[in-house]
Design a protein around this ligand. Structure first.
Ligand code: OXD
Ligand code: MN
Length: 603
């Protein structure tokens, strides 16, 4: 290796950690960058890198009067989303990765990607990005180092994580850090791989610049490697938002909620209660990921490992999420949104009509008559959590916040009521394990097929799904005071095809019932599939909903559920031999209750 480079890889003034210096040296040897830059996370570094990114056309400055500190990034059009078919779990055996993951043998993956990484950074800078997932100094937190050749990644990691010198200080001389290596290479889908090596606490990502594939702290470490570590160490890494609901008396109750990607987690985590709930507040702890452990008081405590939001832009508006609209007002990197004539941003759903003179996400003049979208449907904003006026003051608490309820949210046009409380932990785990969305004709040609997304973790569980369900079941034995488990469905449709529940801020009413149930303060109706609110149990005052619509929203129909239970059986079978018998027994129990409990089914 060129001696200057050797010096740069080895000669960091930021750390003396031998394991880290050795590894960076080894990666530099393989990737052969022109220089190695260790990131300290300082303001001066941010300024320097932003200027470089602007000069290179990687970031386009937006109107600094309207959006101070905001930039637009346009990705390669072939690189706009996570790539599940190119995402691999590289465990020694295929069984460990399980039937829901793509698997590659570790030796094969290291060899295949190693060939691609060989000389990949020639003519480029290698950035070494130390970061912490979780509050600094928390025993829950994990240190990662991401090596990347992308300034966009460095600047995004600076927003999404606690990044820089503080991470190295927290690591000290320990060798226990996640080793992340990333190169955009030539952004060619044929040379794009996202490989996870749970046993080595290592991630190699090549050929992409898209956030979910390359901000390695997020989906790769906090969920895929995190879930593996969680099982090994006795905790849970989940695709869940965390929020606190504060009553007018000042009492705050925390819940964690899992919804599939792009199903409104960010909106729910930042919900503004309707007028009827004057004096109530929702505080955001996190909008995407929760790490949960048993606290010394026997309750389940959660931290948000992230420090920012990587939110979907389209559909975000003053109506759907006023808090997010304020968050993106400053210090935000927008990816693949449209730009207005005066250097502001716009996306579908921000306002009813696009402003004149838009530039689309490809950088071309936008013609609203073209039938195209001005912004990519998966265009994003990357913003610091500190921009959030509703940010919980407990986000940096090393122990996190105590969770009173866990919510699983499906996207079902039929069958699943607005809200359902499980009878017990095993039943709750079954509700989570069978979460799913009904496909539409537009998506698959088959209407009413349910795509299961257990616990919203299908793309993110770093090991075998049946073993993951078992870990959830086993956690019960460790939690003397477990949270109550619920399922919600904002997406049920009536006979006319329209949504029966208005959603958004009105979901506060459902949340209030959930929290009151968790505290044993409110009634409900027992059905064969769980508890649902009766009329009068849910506060509907000041809301425009007819009693018929409410009954429709909360109906449990025996015929629909019998079909559902049968489909769940097929899904459980697909999980294979590690599927826990307890969940299958629970499914059969529900089938029996449906058989004998028909009168309870209809309201
Ligand atoms: C996701 C995301 O894809 O959070 O779930 O970006
Ligand atoms: Mn997500």
């Amino acid at each position: 290796m060129n001696p200057n480079l050797q010096q740069a890889a080895w000669g960091s003034t930021l750390t003396k950690n031998k394991a880290l210096l050795d590894w960076v040296g080894e990666m530099a040897q393989m990737c052969q960058p022109d220089q190695v830059v260790w990131c300290d996370g300082s303001e001066a570094e941010k300024k320097r890198l932003t200027e470089e990114a602007v000069a290179a056309g990687i970031l386009i400055p937006l109107n600094q009067k309207k959006r101070p500190g905001c930039y637009l990034h346009r990705s390669n059009p072939n690189d706009v989303a996570r790539v599940e078919h190119l995402t691999f779990i590289c465990t020694p055996t295929e069984q460990e990765a399980g039937p829901t993951n793509h698997w590659m043998a570790p030796d094969e993956a290291y060899a295949k990607l190693g060939t691609l990484f060989q000389g990949a950074m020639r003519g480029r800078t290698m950035y070494v990005v130390p970061y912490v997932m979780g509050p600094l100094g928390s025993p829950f937190s994990k240190v990662g180092i991401e090596i990347t050749d992308s300034i966009y990644v460095v600047l995004s990691m600076r927003i999404m994580t606690r990044m820089g010198k503080a991470a190295l200080d927290m690591l000290g001389p320990a060798g226990d850090f996640n080793r992340g290596l990333h190169s955009t290479l030539d952004v060619n889908p044929d040379r794009r791989f996202i490989c996870h090596f749970p046993q080595d606490n290592t991630i190699w990502s090549i050929g992409s610049g898209y956030g979910g594939n390359v901000l390695l702290g997020k989906k790769c470490l906090a969920l895929r490697i995190g879930s593996y570590l969680g099982r090994k160490e006795g905790w849970l890494a989940e695709h869940m938002l965390i929020l606190g609901m504060e009553s007018p008396e000042g009492q705050t109750t925390y819940v964690a909620a899992a919804f599939p990607s792009a199903c409104g987690k960010t909106n729910f985590a930042m919900m503004i209660p309707p007028r009827r709930f004057q004096g109530w507040k929702i505080w955001t702890v996190g909008d995407d990921i929760a790490w949960m452990r048993v606290g010394s008081d026997g309750r389940l405590w959660a931290i948000n490992p992230e420090a920012g939001y990587f939110g979907v832009a389209p559909g975000t508006s003053v109506e759907s999420n006023p808090t997010a609209m304020r968050i993106v007002q400053r210090d935000t990197i927008f990816t693949n949104v449209a730009m207005t004539e005066d250097g502001d941003v716009w996306w579908e759903g921000m306002t009813p009509k696009p402003p004149a003179g838009l530039t689309d996400w490809h950088g071309k003049p936008f013609d609203p008559a073209s039938g195209e979208k001005s912004s990519h449907p998966n265009s994003r904003f990357t913003s610091p959590a500190t921009n959030n006026l509703a940010l919980s003051r407990h986000v940096n608490d090393p122990e996190g916040v105590p969770i009173s309820a866990i919510i699983f949210g499906g996207r079902r046009a039929t069958t699943v009521p607005l809200v359902l409380q499980s009878f017990n932990w095993t039943h709750g785990v079954t509700l989570g394990a069978t979460m799913g969305s009904e496909t539409t004709a537009a998506a698959t040609g088959k209407v009413g097929v349910v795509r299961r997304d257990p616990m919203a973790m299908l793309p993110f569980c770093g090991y075998d799904m049946g073993t993951y369900f078992n870990h959830w079941l086993e956690m019960r034995g460790q939690i003397p005071h477990p949270p109550k488990i619920f399922m919600v469905n904002w997406f049920r449709k009536g006979a006319d095809g329209s949504f029966v529940w208005p959603g958004y801020g009105e979901n506060m009413r459902v949340l209030k019932w959930i929290v009151d149930r968790a505290m044993g303060k409110v009634g409900g109706r027992e059905t064969p599939v769980g508890w649902v609110p009766r009329e009068g149990d849910l506060d509907l005052s000041g809301m425009d909903i007819t009693p018929e619509a409410f009954r429709e929203a909360t109906a449990v129909r025996v015929a629909e559920w019998k079909k559902e239970i049968e489909m769940q059986g097929e899904f459980f079978e697909s999980i294979g031999p590690t599927m826990p018998p307890a969940l299958e027994l629970q499914r059969k129990l529900t089938a029996t209750a449906l058989e004998y409990g028909a009168p309870m089914g209809e309201p």
